[in-house]
Design a protein around this ligand. Structure first.
Ligand SMILES: NC(=O)c1ccc[n+]([C@@H]2O[C@H](COP(=O)([O-])OP(=O)(O)OC[C@H]3O[C@@H](n4cnc5c(N)ncnc54)[C@H](O)[C@@H]3O)[C@@H](O)[C@H]2O)c1
Length: 255
């Protein structure tokens, strides 16, 4: 059996947990050599141990995606370790509670919280894309997937800067897809609904019943259900797919 990503080198950010960790394991299952990046280096190392345990090949990288030099170093380290960069999953992100904005409406967000949210969830994706695109452009192409959200498609109460950042991620995705399609670089986004990770523990504790009542599937998704789409988008099977934003949300956006 051949894997969907046999022979490919992939960088995954935010891979110390949740969706990024699930993606690392599924990318490894499909044959990719990985760079597992996370601001929490210990968590990234734990993911690498899990990848190794299933026979995969991975390095761990630290660094904050809001720091241009750190991102450049992540991309360089991936290329040095694995001889190139074919696929990238720009997935690192934070929720409102991580910037002390839990439950706050738009006018109640502090400037520092707004800036940090936009910094990680929007600028961080742009910085990753920038360094990935420069390499892929010079080496015959590649595939990039960004983590958007249903919050990139609709408004969500008490999540204003998160919503703004995720709308921005979809705009960046579509624009880069158009710009780089002639150079054989595909750029797509995945838009998860409510997925069971550390990120959603706060909001589910506050509004879980109300949220699940709005999800036709009547349950949260799993990180693996996102990762299965991402690995396909990175593979040659998706060779004509670019500039697209796919919802994986149990029907939330269809209502
Ligand atoms: N869980 C959901 O329901 C859901 C829904 C829609 C979108 N998302 C998005 O999915 C992505 C992954 O989230 P998750 O649910 O797996 O959460 P998570 O908290 O489990 O994982 C996020 C990871 O990103 C890392 N990270 C945070 N800030 C970083 C930074 N500045 N630099 C580098 N790494 C950083 C964290 O250390 C963490 O390991 C995020 O972009 C999030 O916005 C999640």
């Amino acid at each position: 059996m051949t894997g969907m990503l046999d022979g490919k080198s992939a960088l995954i950010t935010g891979a110390g947990g949740g969706i990024g960790r699930a993606a690392a394991l599924i990318f490894a299952r499909e044959g990719a050599r990985l760079a597992v990046a996370d601001a929490n280096r210990d968590a990234a190392q734990d993911t690498v141990a899990m990848v190794n345990a299933i026979g995969g090949q991975a390095i761990s990288l630290g660094g904050d995606v809001t720091d241009d030099r750190a991102v450049q170093a992540m991309v360089r380290a991936t290329i040095e370790a694995h001889g190139g960069l074919d696929c990238a999953f720009n997935n690192a992100g934070i929720a409102g509670y991580q910037v002390d904005a839990s439950g706050k409406r738009t006018a109640e967000w502090s400037e520092a919280a707004f800036d940090r949210m936009i910094g990680v969830n929007l600028k961080g994706v742009w910085l990753c894309m920038k360094h990935e695109l420069l390499h892929m452009q010079a080496h015959g192409g590649g595939a990039i997937v960004n983590t958007g959200s249903i919050a990139g498609l609709v408004g969500l109460p008490t999540s204003s800067a998160y919503v703004a950042a995720k709308h921005g991620v979809l705009g960046l995705t579509k624009t880069a897809a158009i710009e780089y399609a002639p150079e054989r670089i595909r750029v797509n986004a995945v838009c998860p609904g409510y997925i069971r990770t550390r990120m959603t523990e706060d909001v589910m504790a506050r509004r879980g019943d109300a949220i699940l009542s709005m999800v036709p599937a009547k349950r949260m998704g799993t990180p693996e259900e996102i990762a299965e789409l991402v690995v396909w988008l990175c593979s040659e099977r998706a060779s004509f797919v670019t500039g697209a934003c796919y919802n994986v949300d149990g029907g939330y956006y269809a209502v």
